[in-house]
Ligand binder design. Structure first.
Ligand code: NAP
Length: 526
């Protein structure tokens, strides 16, 4: 399937007329064919109007058809074969095994949402039967279910060109909920976006669903993205990227005549707390694991561990020496794009100049302009407290190790954090008293708390929470990974005293037995 540089608006291919843009290979600097045309606000209007026009038809299609759509998208992505992988490699600098794994994850999440749709529990059927004889007042027949919110705008992330992009988790969750999607291609991987967009467009046609169910826009600069969030047809926004970008979209959405939710996943520094007995028992293994996690994917994961806390002393010193040795053995590698490399170089450069921060070690030197040299820094809790910049996310293979003087200082610093996607404790039985003090603090700060592991590697499953208080996300009530991600795009509607033939079919008595439901407060499954 050829990449043409067109936008996909409903069933049509439309060439953007607002400027031109090419993707570039970050490893070589080579610009890639073809040229993409940027969309106009008229293109945004067209995509959003189609989504609005076809919303009712899409949500009315049988759940089985919706599930088949998700599975067909997964199959179409696989059928693209090497073309998809090679384009993603060229645009992202990520190696083949990583992208093949990411494709498997992308298909896996589409299939997870297909099974969720078939299962039907997400409809959240709740029935309070009428009590006509209740005194002093009778009770009406009340039935509720969840419906899709309407068209969703999806902004993919640079660091997951497949799994968090055009056909990624946000799109899968929105389509599963019954929401049309208008996606904006990330400027770093335009060709990968087009291929994934075509996989979705073709699946929609194959499943006989309305064309407005999906569109893919290209934008040069922020105008297209801003217009998309402002469009009155759009009812929710899913975003993964920078804190600045996410906050800009939140502000645009809040300023609309009808404000809408923005589920932005933005910035997290993912603290690790290394408790004394764990360091005593396996400090060297933790050091190696930490460096592996902080350098995985060139440190370009939202869950990269960025701050590592321990309690000063000989055991902690041995750990920092081991971590310094491990980082010195790490390779340099290509980052996703020149902008991300420059932000990384700037962040590392400023850490290097802060008083009280020392370098524990650095890996192989970068061999070209868009590559990153891994590096590990150390400081004391006192310096950390007096330099708020030390708690800011630096996207890339860098982490900062902080020596606390005692347990109380560790708990105190944990209390100072902004919201996080994850927090991790390494502990042994002798550490449980300190862990019990940290835990209530970490629950208030993070969406996922990891014990004796590392936060990179986010399972796509039913219990996963990939979210957290701001600035890790703009809405701590949601997750952007896993089955619960569908909740972002649903809202409840209650039907009071409806005649049976006007009720949605899943709320009609004759159909109740097929799905789990809450009747008069009791969960019924058969
Ligand atoms: P980004 O610059 O925030 O861009 C993400 C998407 O949002 C792009 O499609 C971008 O398109 C659009 N956008 C950004 N600002 C906008 C605005 N004001 N109005 C409308 N649209 C806007 O993120 P990125 O390029 O993926 O990465 C840059 C930085 O984000 C990284 O250095 C890293 O710090 C962070 N990051 C975080 C995560 C995470 O998981 N938390 C993931 C990736 C990146 P246009 O620029 O074309 O408008």
């Amino acid at each position: 399937m050829a990449v043409t540089g067109a936008m996909l608006i409903g069933a049509e291919e439309i060439r953007g007329t607002q400027g031109e843009m090419r993707a570039a290979n970050p490893a070589t600097g080579t610009e890639l064919e073809p040229v993409f045309g940027g969309g106009t606000t008229a293109d945004v209007d067209k995509a959003c109007e189609l989504a609005d026009r076809d919303f009712d038809a899409f949500r009315a299609a049988p759940l089985e058809t919706r599930a088949l759509l998700l599975e067909t998208i997964a199959q179409n992505l696989m059928d693209l074969g090497d073309e998809l992988i090679e384009r993603a490699m060229a645009e992202s600098g990520l190696p083949r095994p990583r992208l093949e794994g990411e494709r498997a994850r992308t298909c896996g999440q589409l299939k997870l949402f297909a099974s969720l749709v078939r299962d039907g529990r997400f409809l959240n059927v709740v029935i309070d039967t009428a009590l006509p004889d209740r005194k002093p007042l009778p009770r009406s027949d009340l039935r509720s279910r969840k419906i899709p919110v309407g068209p969703v705008a999806v902004f993919g992330a640079s660091n997951f060109p497949l799994a968090f992009s055009v056909a990624g988790g946000d799109t899968a969750a929105a389509l599963a909920a019954g929401c049309p999607v208008v996606a904006k291609a990330h400027p770093s991987h335009l060709g990968t976006s087009e291929l994934a967009g075509r996989a979705i467009q073709q699946a929609i046609a194959k499943c006989g669903l309305p064309a407005g169910t999906f569109s893919l826009l290209v934008g040069i600069g922020n105008e297209v993205g801003g217009a998309l969030v402002k469009h009155p047809a759009i009812q929710s926004v899913a975003f993964t990227g920078s804190r600045k970008g996410g906050q800009a979209l939140v502000a645009i959405a809040a300023a609309r005549p009808q404000p809408i939710p923005v589920f932005a996943e933005m910035s997290s520094i993912n603290p690790l707390f290394l408790l004394p007995a764990a360091l005593e028992t396996r400090g060297a293994a933790i050091a190696t694991g930490l460096v592996g996690s902080a350098t995985l994917g060139v440190g370009q994961f939202c869950t990269k561990p960025g701050l590592i806390f321990g309690i000063a002393g000989e055991t902690f010193d041995a750990f920092t020496r081991a971590a310094g040795e491990a980082i010195s053995a790490a390779n340099a590698a290509t980052m996703l794009n020149a902008g991300i490399q420059q932000a990384f170089a700037h962040g590392v450069g400023s850490l290097d100049t802060i008083d009280g921060v020392t370098k524990l070690g650095s890996g192989a030197e970068a061999s070209h302009a868009v590559a990153a040299q891994p590096v590990l820094f150390a400081t004391t809790a006192e310096s950390f407290r007096s330099n708020p910049k030390l708690a800011e996310e630096i996207f890339g293979p860098v982490a900062l190790v902080i020596a606390c003087k005692d347990d109380a200082e560790m708990v105190h610093l944990a209390n100072q954090f902004e919201g996080q996607l994850t927090a991790t404790m390494h502990l042994e039985a002798a550490d449980h008293a300190l862990a019990a003090k940290l835990l209530p603090v970490l629950e208030r700060k993070a969406g996922r708390i990891v014990v004796n592991g590392f936060p990179t590697g986010v399972e796509v499953s039913y219990a996963m929470v990939h979210g957290g208080p701001a600035p890790s996300t703009s809405d701590a009530r949601a997750t952007s990974v896993g089955a619960m991600a569908i909740e972002r795009f649903l809202r409840p509607v209650c039907y009071q005293d409806f005649p049976t033939d006007l009720l949605p079919s899943e709320l009609q008595d004759a159909n109740l037995a097929s799905k789990p439901r809450l009747v008069d407060g009791k969960l019924l499954t058969a």
